[in-house]
Design a protein around this ligand. Structure first.
Ligand SMILES: [Zn+2]
Ligand SMILES: [Zn+2]
Length: 143
């Protein structure tokens, strides 16, 4: 992975750049992520919010209630509907979750943990070698 790294949506209306190292890479298997993607999980790269910036376009945000606090904030391309970000809380957040599939080079994504495995589907195959948490990890803001 090169810093800064870049990515965007399917149509190109949204482009972003990240000038910082990822804090964590994980797969979230919760029902919201299943429904929002139509898939089994969301592969997310958490980065410091101050390191992330849009270089083209503006995200449209949609929200769902969070079991932790407030609402989850997820960013979509208003033109093509691609989901680009997630994992943020509505009120404030010190990090942004970038969906790995939107990276210009998604091949460097290496998940370090699985979260919300209590919601995982039987057809969702997980790597047994990485830590698993029923919901959020015990300390979800550090490391
Ligand atoms: Zn788009
Ligand atoms: Zn999720």
């Amino acid at each position: 992975m090169k810093i800064p790294f870049t990515g965007g949506c399917a149509c190109g209306a949204i482009r972003y750049e990240c000038a910082g190292e990822p804090i964590m890479m994980l797969k979230c298997h919760c029902r919201d992520c299943q429904q929002l993607t139509g898939s089994a999980f969301v592969p997310a790269v958490l980065v410091p919010a101050e390191a992330f910036r849009l270089t083209r376009g503006q995200l449209r945000y949609h929200f769902t209630p969070s079991i932790a606090r407030g609402k989850h904030k997820r960013g979509f391309c208003p033109e093509c509907g691609s989901r680009v970000t997630g994992g943020e809380f509505e009120e404030q957040s010190q990090f942004v979750g970038i969906l790995a599939g939107t990276l210009d080079d998604p091949s460097w994504f290496h998940p370090q943990m699985d979260i919300f495995v209590s919601d995982a589907q039987p057809w969702d195959q997980m790597d047994p070698a990485i830590p698993k948490f029923d919901q959020y990890p015990p300390s979800s803001t550090k490391e």
